[in-house]
Design a protein around this ligand. Structure first.
Ligand code: DX5
Ligand code: ZN
Length: 217
């Protein structure tokens, strides 16, 4: 299924609850929550108490993107806070298999994220255990960056790999996605689209509706 996952990093934090409700009403199926630790990535964003406080605002899938070192330490806490899907970076896990197992044991969905330059071969053995692969299309750490063009080829290669495996694994693309490039990204094989700036800049409802319209085609 094709789903839009607006990234709250670009939202107005003073009106966070209201904006989460608005995304739901406009039809966005996921809510993308970027957690940064100032270590794996340079910035620090939001964490457990924020997720907990917006959980009652929406029944949509809380898609928690952990840009933190050794996320295995916090899996249970993010599940308790309200995550439905937890994605960890392959580059941030000393023991990726153990981390993915820890996520799955809690019953939520498990994703693995790859930085732009990380080769798909890191997924060779872990792929069957994943519900989703997140391909970063910018270097993680900040919203509002430009889409890295070689990502499109990487999405195509990942799609082939997943098709060959015969499994149903979602492909999420995150960073620099907008109304002008989303079609190309989906044609390459992505089905979960993260968009921060392109959703929150201007009229949020209209932006969500415009994305969903293109994504249906
Ligand atoms: C970057 C984050 C992204 C970011 C996307 O590290 O993972 O989710 O918020 O923002 P835009 O859509 O503005 O590139
Ligand atoms: Zn993200």
């Amino acid at each position: 299924m094709n789903c839009l996952s607006p990234s709250l990093l670009a939202s107005d934090f003073a009106r966070l609850g209201e904006q989460v409700v608005l995304l739901d009403e406009a039809g966005a199926q996921y809510v993308h929550i970027d957690v940064m630790d100032g270590n794996f990535v340079p910035s620090i964003s939001m964490g457990l108490p924020v997720i907990k406080s917006i959980r009652p605002c929406s029944d949509r899938i809380f898609d928690v993107h952990l840009m933190i070192e050794e996320p295995v330490r916090y899996i249970d806490d993010f599940v308790d806070a309200g995550a439905d899907l937890i994605t960890v970076h392959t580059e941030a896990c000393g023991h990726l298999d153990r981390t993915i197992e820890a996520i799955k044991e809690t019953g939520v969905l498990a994703g693995a994220a790859l930085n732009p330059a990380t080769p798909l071969s890191v997924l060779d053995y872990i792929l069957p255990k994943l519900d989703m692969v997140l391909l970063m299309s910018v270097n993680p750490g900040f919203g509002g960056q430009k889409y890295i063009p070689y990502t499109t080829e990487k999405i195509r290669d990942l799609k082939k790999k997943i098709d060959r495996s015969g499994q149903q694994i979602d492909i999420e693309v995150d960073g620099g996605v907008n109304l002008n490039n989303v079609r190309e990204i989906m044609d390459a094989g992505a089905n979960i689209i993260v968009a921060g700036t392109a959703v929150f800049k201007g009229d949020i409802r209209r932006n969500v509706e415009s994305f969903l319209k293109i994504m249906e085609q």
